[in-house]
Design a protein around this ligand. Structure first.
Ligand code: IPM
Ligand code: MG
Length: 356
């Protein structure tokens, strides 16, 4: 069976890393039919819009989307609704990819690259489930207006109980396949919308009595993540809190350059992208870490294509390469450390192919 993949390289290191990742996929015994499309800055330049209609149509017709990253200083001055990020948000919404899975998994050889002491992160394996198509990212009304000559900016944080219920079900389900513990993160002491979040998550819990559920306020959750991250199994939260907590969790694993993500809809289609952005400051210099995108491709094989064995192979190959001491700049513990070899983007991808 041939899987239909839409590849969206995007901007910055996204576009730089993607050809290497496609070579990794090409080294597997998986039949893929690959189409490419533009999104973000490159789409603004080429089509005058960050999300060309043909990109969304192609995404909807594919089994999965593999995405690099979007954005860059060139497009920073554009109005909010024409920015590269708007293309990414439009793609997520257009595919109804509401369930964003962000695993923060520490590869053992990287324990010394974490910003926390090795014993605090050894064996770390957290899954952040972020609601991705609602909340303050999409809420209306929004804007900046003139109120008697002074400007006023506003956004709306809004969730319906149906939106909360469907992400809660995904999170409970995933907790059941892992260690059976779910932490729901909110700000229910201040925000009504997250009071409803807490109520609905608690109601859904009735259908998952075997899962241990607790609730944390987001400020406390952030503190606990950097204090004792191993207490968590699965965390579920809204769009904005999930954006923030997943960057923090990423750093625990050594580098933002290591973290993959999957954004799934109810039909099993998904957008697979690294948690990191387009990193324009290092783009084009062969220093970016391709592993987050390679691991995103592994998640694609696992979750949307059902190619579990190939996914395992890619993840083991990454493990082996790290075990051998091969590191991109972001995960080099200290310069000249024993047994560590610093490599560029291309050499890292080649090392993974070698290990396959
Ligand atoms: C992420 C990114 C995006 C987000 C940006 C680029 C719009 O930070 O995927 O975490 O905020 O969702
Ligand atoms: Mg983010």
């Amino acid at each position: 069976m041939t899987h239909r993949i839409l590849v969206i390289p995007g901007d910055g290191i996204g576009a730089e890393v993607m050809p290497h990742v496609l070579r990794v996929l090409g080294a597997l015994d998986v039949a893929l039919s690959i189409e490419e499309a533009d999104l973000g800055g490159v789409a603004i330049d080429g089509h005058g819009t960050p999300l060309p209609p043909q990109t969304l149509t192609a995404a909807q017709a594919s089994d999965a989307v593999l995405l690099g990253a979007v954005g860059g200083p060139r497009w920073d001055a554009l109005p909010m609704d024409q920015r590269p990020e708007k293309g990414l948000l439009g793609l997520r919404a257009g595919l109804d990819a509401f369930a964003n899975l962000r695993p923060a998994l520490l590869f053992a050889p990287l324990a010394d690259a974490s910003s926390l002491r090795p014993e605090l992160v050894a064996g770390l394996d957290i899954l952040i489930v972020r609601e991705l198509t609602g909340g303050i990212y999409f809420g209306e009304p929004r804007g900046v207006e003139n109120a008697s000559g002074r400007r006023r900016g506003f956004n709306t944080d809004v969730y319906t109980e149906d939106e909360i219920e469907r992400i809660a079900r995904v999170a409970f389900d995933l907790a059941g396949k892992r260690n059976g513990r779910l932490t729901s993160v909110d700000k229910a002491n201040v925000l009504e919308v997250t009071q409803l979040w807490r109520t609905v998550v608690t109601e859904v819990h009735a259908d998952f009595p075997h899962i241990e559920l607790d609730h944390l306020y987001v400020d406390n959750a952030a503190m606990q993540l950097v204090r004792a991250p191993k207490q968590f199994d699965v965390m579920v939260t809204g769009n904005l809190f999930g954006d923030i907590l997943s960057d923090a969790a990423a750093m625990l694993t050594g580098s933002l350059g290591m973290l993959p993500s999957a954004s799934l809809n109810a039909r099993g289609q998904g957008i697979y992208e690294p948690v990191h952005g387009s990193a324009p400051d290092i783009a084009g210099r062969d220093v970016a870490n391709p592993l987050a995108t390679i691991l995103s491709a592994a998640m694609m094989l696992r979750y949307s294509l059902g190619e579990v064995e190939a996914a395992d192979r890619v993840e083991s190959a990454v493990d082996r390469v790290l075990e051998e001491g091969i590191r991109t700049a972001d995960i080099v513990p200290v310069e000249d450390a024993d047994g560590v070899r610093k490599v560029g983007t291309q050499a890292m991808a080649e090392a993974v192919i070698g290990a396959l």
